[in-house]
Ligand binder design. Structure first.
Ligand SMILES: O=C(O)CCC(=O)C(=O)O
Ligand SMILES: [Fe+2]
Length: 355
């Protein structure tokens, strides 16, 4: 890029970062030590009452919180962080060998746009289930149960990349399921209420690299957006730059990096399931002119055949459903090709149709 900023990256004035940053009174910090998910049993609600309350209130007030004592081993996190740095440090030609395309959305991509403005970053995506079979229905004998399949695109270098990614994915997935038990309890549901939705999950992990940017006042690392899935478990490095839209007044609040913590946020599907008890909240990423930034979100997503709709247990005469059911695949089996499937998965909030 030359002297002039490429206009593709330039945010409209109202969406540009302000020079003053609000960090005070950030999102809630929650200590997860009361849970022990090494044991495979579901949670006992008596021992974790306070924790459940904290989670419920964070989901309601912010849609975002940070967790510590989450039991994801630090060495696994450091290993994927190192592997990501080494991968992004490769030459462009090498990275393009695993570039995503119209058929397979997984792999490397350097030209991501959010709301039609280019993001100042490069990414690498992989799915947690490998390969990801996507039965459009959970009926094995269903004649129309054509199997779609996505394969991860693993780069040759660095050699430890694939293993580092897979090992980290297993750990962070466990944490996500445990968090979903806490979310369920906080809504007055049985702890494993959500578990069935993830049998053929479409969860993925993204490695984000935000290079230092000479135009931090014009461009964003990632434009404002909400996460489409169920729940996001995000590892950010110590650079900082994530901002969350505060529900009370709409101000952008910077999320302070805390060593070995994860940032958790509610996605659109929890909003629908909870019939707006919890809301998916907008967030964005600043870039800075001196430092690169790396982050690793895990996006928890259900099976493609899942009908997302407000949970019956939460509805009554005074709380009627405000969303109509929409299929996560949102499409009929007939005539569906990979491209359409991929496109649908990428359209944010496309299934959120208030009645
Ligand atoms: O990099 C970050 O801190 C946030 C990333 C994010 O919001 C996303 O990828 O959806
Ligand atoms: Fe996000």
């Amino acid at each position: 890029m030359g002297e002039e900023v490429d206009t593709a990256f330039v945010q409209a004035p109202e969406h540009r970062p302000k020079s003053s940053v609000i960090v005070a009174e950030g999102i809630p910090l929650i200590d997860l030590s009361p849970i022990n998910y090494q044991n495979e049993d579901t949670l006992l609600d008596s021992s974790i009452e306070n924790l459940v309350k904290e989670i419920g209130s964070a989901c309601k007030k912010w849609g975002f919180f940070q967790v510590i004592n989450h039991k994801v081993p630090l060495d696994k996190r450091e290993r994927i962080e190192e592997a990501a740095k080494k991968f992004f440090a490769l030459g462009l030609e090498e990275k393009l060998k695993v570039r995503r395309d119209a058929v397979n959305v997984l792999g490397y991509f350097e030209a991501e746009h959010t709301k039609n403005v280019r993001d100042w970053k490069e990414i690498y995506d992989f799915n947690v289930q490998e390969p990801t079979f996507i039965p459009p229905s959970d009926e094995p004998d269903d004649e129309e149960n054509v199997q779609f399949q996505w394969d991860n695109r693993w780069p040759q270098n660095p050699p430890e990349f694939k293993e580092a990614c897979q090992e980290y994915a297993q750990e962070v997935e466990k944490l996500a399921y445990k968090l979903m038990e806490l979310v369920a309890l906080s809504l007055g549901l049985v702890p494993n209420r959500f578990r069935g939705y993830f049998t053929h999950n479409t969860s993925n992990i993204r490695l984000n690299h935000y290079p230092a940017c000479p135009y931090p006042h014009l461009a964003l690392g990632l434009g404002r957006h909400k996460d489409t899935g169920v729940l996001t478990v995000l590892a950010q490095d110590d650079t900082g730059g994530l901002e969350v839209r505060r529900k009370s007044d709409g101000e952008w609040i910077r999320v302070k990096p805390i060593f070995n913590s994860f940032i958790i946020n509610v996605g659109d599907m929890i909003q629908v399931w909870s019939n707006d008890a919890y809301e998916s909240v907008e967030h964005r990423v600043m870039v800075n002119s001196e430092k690169d930034r790396f982050s690793i979100p895990f996006f928890l997503k259900p099976a493609l055949y899942t009908d997302v709709k407000p949970l019956e247990e939460l509805l009554d005469d005074r709380n009627p459903p405000i969303y109509r059911p929409v299929n996560w695949g949102a499409i009929k089996v007939d005539g569906v090709d990979f491209e359409q499937l991929n496109l649908l998965l990428k359209v944010p909030s496309s299934y959120m149709f208030p009645l």
